[in-house]
Design a protein around this ligand. Structure first.
Ligand code: DC
Length: 226
């Protein structure tokens, strides 16, 4: 079967990463979590004081972009300048700032360039917000994932409390709603469903059901294109 490019876009906290990772594993494809890349840049900005006093210093961040290396390893996940940061990029602080950082045009240009290089040979499952619209508009399979905001907030809340973090459900829900709004209304590559994407509402689906559904879509694309 000829390798294809699979773009999985959609709202935050829909479980895109988990389903995309699993799909990539089953197909023997590369998996790229593009949200993790924007999170790594945000972590860098926080560590270097580029985000301070409630503001992102956009000029300083753009100037620092050439010093920021983001890569992936199968064992350690995302690396920021060769340091594993998979856990650090999931913090509440990074989650609060990442929408702002990812709305900066120059940040996006650099990340999109990296993402295109990672998927150049196809055989890739990439999840994010603009994969099917900007990064790989010719992807053979595009999935747009959505779920009820309350269901998504509950998933994020469970994940954080399981890690022993002190969080308040209403704040988590507000964070989900705010991020949806920011992702959909930013000037640069807003979150929109590609016209040729297939919608997956996974509010009441198990991970197993989602995997079966995704594999069916892959089979359909691969059978109709060969
Ligand atoms: O998928 P996530 O929640 O880890 O993404 C973190 C943030 O990065 C989210 O607010 C939107 C942004 N993002 C983006 O703008 N473009 C992408 N391709 C992926 C994520």
């Amino acid at each position: 079967m000829k390798p294809i490019t699979i773009a999985i876009d959609g709202f935050s906290s829909c479980g895109k990463s988990t389903m995309a990772k699993r799909l990539a594993k089953e197909l023997g494809y590369i998996y790229v979590d593009t949200g993790a890349m924007y999170r790594a840049v945000t972590l860098y900005a926080l560590q270097k004081g580029v985000i301070a006093q409630g503001n992102v210093d956009t000029h300083a961040l753009i100037a620092a972009l050439s010093a920021i290396q983001v890569a992936f390893t199968p064992d350690e996940g995302v690396l920021l300048n060769n340091e594993p940061v998979e856990d650090a990029i999931r913090s509440v602080e990074v989650s609060q700032w990442v929408s702002k950082v990812s709305s900066i045009k120059e940040v996006r240009q650099k990340m999109v360039e990296l993402q295109r290089a990672m998927g150049i040979n196809k055989g890739v499952v990439m999840d994010g917000r603009d994969i099917g619209t900007v990064v790989f508009p010719d992807a053979e399979l595009k999935v747009f994932v959505t779920a009820d905001p309350k269901v998504r907030a509950q998933r994020r809340y469970d994940e954080w409390t399981a890690k022993g973090m002190q969080v308040n459900f209403d704040e988590v829900l507000q964070n989900v709603i705010d991020r949806d709004y920011q992702d959909q209304h930013r000037a640069e590559s807003p979150l929109v469903q590609a016209s040729d994407a297939i919608v997956l509402d996974n509010s009441y689906m198990t991970r197993e059901e989602q995997q079966i559904w995704l594999m069916k879509q892959v089979e359909k694309v691969c059978c109709t294109r060969i």
